[in-house]
Design a protein around this ligand. Structure first.
Ligand code: KIV
Length: 299
């Protein structure tokens, strides 16, 4: 099947046509290539890489330079999916000029086609400035992991009447500001459904139920590679961690027991060449020959 390059316009059209939008994160070339070949619509280079790739305890530690480094790797592997770079903690909340510059780095250096920022109506002036610089923006509301210390942990959001109303109004204002889609993370499915029905742009859910226009998961989570933390919404679609462990066990066994490498994994010198080497090997004092050659090379 020959696939077509995904754009923000096509992502919006999918909602209009009632087609689900299938999205995932990726952080490196090889995985991004597999994800892209699997007809995934949108790849987010998520700041979740802070946890699943770099081993930090939350998403607050990853830097702009690290995000750009991984975004470059992903975009080298992607031909069809829309690639979105996730703006990390403090890269867009200190000052608007800095935010536009950092968003621009994802496009200019990283090769991404859009950026994602966390936050509701409070962040809209910054989003407006980024869009005015011709950069496409994806919103993200609900459990925004960069605010975990304010939330008191990875807590479900929108669980009170006031909090649910605020989420719905945030989504409306984000749409008015011009984002092309909104991630809804860890909110009650009924509120996600209300938001989805209230906006024309797609909602992409993670822990937001089935009525969102699309879904996103962290690829290391859904493949069962990163298993330290299993939120209620997570489903394992693979056991890649176990598969890696089994492969490494076999590798260790085969090396220790001289099973691997076999002849088919080895390079062979033709017999006549080998005879010449053996003859020379028998005749000369190897150490003396080596020292002589070294002297010539070092001159
Ligand atoms: O960083 C990330 O991976 C994300 C998604 C989970 C939406 O923000």
């Amino acid at each position: 099947m020959s696939l077509q390059k995904m754009t923000t316009k096509k992502i919006i059209e999918k909602k209009q046509k009632g087609e689900k939008i299938v999205t995932l994160t990726s952080y490196d070339y090889s995985i991004a290539k597999i994800v892209d070949e699997s007809n995934i619509d949108l790849i987010l280079v998520g700041d979740s890489l802070s946890m699943v790739m770099l081993g930090y305890k939350n998403t607050l530690s990853v830097t702009m330079d690290e995000m750009i480094h991984h975004t470059k790797a992903v975009t080298r592997g992607v031909s069809n999916a829309l690639v979105v770079g996730d703006m990390p903690f403090l890269s867009y909340k200190i000052d608007i000029v800095e935010a536009v510059k950092n968003a621009g780095r994802f496009i200019q250096e990283g090769g991404a086609e859009a950026v994602k920022v966390e936050g509701g109506m409070e962040i809209c002036p910054t989003i407006k400035a980024i869009i005015n610089a011709d950069i496409e923006v994806m919103g993200h509301i609900g459990l925004t992991p960069q605010a975990i210390y304010r939330f008191g942990g990875f807590m479900v959001q929108g669980k009170t009447v006031d909090a649910a109303k605020k989420l719905i109004m945030d989504a409306i204002i984000l749409q008015e500001t011009g984002v092309f889609s909104i991630v809804l993370e860890s909110i009650p499915w009924q509120i996600a459904k209300l938001i989805t029905n209230s906006v024309d742009i797609p909602t992409i859910g993670i822990g937001a139920g089935r009525y969102c226009d699309g879904q996103i998961l962290v690829i290391h989570d859904m493949l069962g590679i990163f298993t330290e933390f299993k939120p209620k919404f997570l489903k394992y679609f693979g056991k890649v961690g176990d598969s890696i462990r089994n492969a490494l066990k076999s590798y260790r066994h085969e090396v220790e027991n001289e099973i691997y490498p076999e002849i088919e994994h080895s390079y062979e010198l033709p017999q006549n060449e080998l005879d010449d080497v053996n003859e020379w090997f028998e005749k000369v004092d190897i150490k003396e020959e080596a020292l002589k050659l070294n002297k010539i090379i070092q001159k």
